[in-house]
Design a protein around this ligand. Structure first.
Ligand SMILES: NC(=O)c1ccc[n+]([C@@H]2O[C@H](COP(=O)([O-])OP(=O)(O)OC[C@H]3O[C@@H](n4cnc5c(N)ncnc54)[C@H](OP(=O)(O)O)[C@@H]3O)[C@@H](O)[C@H]2O)c1
Length: 328
């Protein structure tokens, strides 16, 4: 099978398209013939091994897993002995990070509990950009933000993978949404239903007078003090992203700071790691079928174009997500 691989951590130049054997599966795993994969920011972090702290999980000197790609949509080819709810031929979508066989390949391996049936009437490419990004947005708003209808929600990083879903989900849950993005993506964020859009180049967020019940920081670069000033007295800050920071720990300093400070202030300051699961994928699939959630796909590309897509993602040139068409 074809797979995008790398032997070392580093930039997209180190990626190669190579022939590998079709993976074997263990008892709780599922082998998927990949139709499409999603490119999310996490794949860039796993490729570069930055921040370095994550190498404790993914391999200290060199990556333990040479393949890449977490988000997958495709057809089940084989299931392990303990998998009872899926069978060969089922069309599924979900995540395969940590299985050792990523989705930028003809075949990928996932745990059954991180997959769900494909939404009806939705293409593999559309489904493939959902699993990490939309689950993250859903869990940020519902589980960690405890969002209520009528609340004022600020989404910093509204034009990217997670943000384009967060804006739509917050609107669907009845919030008044303000999105923050770069000037070239203001129209996109408005088209997703945001009530207000702030161009972060033209407007200094520290000078925004409005106070928000919930702030999602997906852009991940601003100090806690600045973010707290955007909140009401008892508002909630959810730190979703951690770009910037030092190369060892990335945004971890902010997350630890939020954890400590949250004990002493009336505001809730939380960070989290997405827990991928079939139930949340099912919720999102239902919303896609109902037409209340639509993925923003910047473009579709093939496996050979993954390095170029990685570079575009790093440079901020992607609007929403890139879908990798694997079957074509
Ligand atoms: N907690 C978790 O488990 C979890 C799960 C998934 C992702 N994440 C993290 O969430 C973050 C975003 O992921 P993603 O997939 O959405 O990435 P992405 O597609 O690259 O989007 C990044 C977003 O950040 C915005 N941004 C960049 N610089 C900004 C600035 N100075 N001010 C405000 N916004 C700025 C971008 O806006 P423009 O493009 O308009 O500049 C874009 O909307 C990453 O750090 C990722 O690692 C965390």
């Amino acid at each position: 099978m074809r797979a995008v691989v790398r032997e070392r951590y580093g930039p997209a130049e180190g990626l190669q398209l190579r022939e590998l054997g079709v993976p074997t599966i263990s008892a709780d795993q599922v082998l998927i013939r990949v139709q499409a994969a999603g490119l999310d920011r996490g794949a860039w972090h796993v490729m570069t091994g930055r921040p370095y702290l994550m190498r404790l999980v993914f391999g200290l000197r060199t990556p333990r897993d040479i393949t890449l790609g977490s988000e997958v949509a495709g057809v089940v080819v084989a299931v392990g002995a303990q998998v009872s709810d899926l069978r060969p031929g089922d069309r599924v979508f979900g995540t395969c990070l940590g299985s050792g066989h990523g989705s930028f390949a003809d075949y990928a391996v996932a745990r059954a509990g991180k997959l769900a049936p494909m939404p009806v009437g939705v293409s593999f490419e559309q489904a493939a950009v959902i699993p990490v990004s939309a689950q993250t947005a859903l869990q940020a708003l519902r589980n960690h933000g405890r969002m209520q209808a009528g609340q004022r929600v600020l989404v910093i990083g509204a034009s990217g993978g997670v943000g384009t879903f967060a804006v739509q989900l917050a609107k669907a849950f009845g919030a008044v949404v303000t999105g923050v993005c770069s000037p070239g993506k203001v129209d996109l964020v408005r088209s997703l239903g945001a009530d207000h859009v702030i161009d972060y180049r033209a407007t200094d967020l520290t000078r925004v007078a409005e106070r928000f019940d919930l702030v999602l920081d997906i852009g991940g670069t601003r100090p806690l003090g600045q973010l707290r000033r955007l909140l009401t007295r008892t508002g909630t800050l959810v730190l979703v992203g951690g770009e910037g920071g030092d190369r060892w720990t990335g945004g971890l300093g902010r997350q630890l700071g939020a954890l400590l400070l949250s004990r002493f202030v009336p505001q809730r300051l939380v960070s989290f790691i997405t827990r991928e699961n079939s139930a949340d994928l099912g919720t999102l699939a239902g919303m896609m079928e109902a037409g209340t959630l639509r993925p923003v796909i910047d473009r579709e590309c093939g496996l050979a174009q993954v390095p170029e897509a990685m570079r575009d993602l790093e440079a901020g040139r992607v609007r929403g997500k890139v879908a990798v068409s694997v079957s074509s």
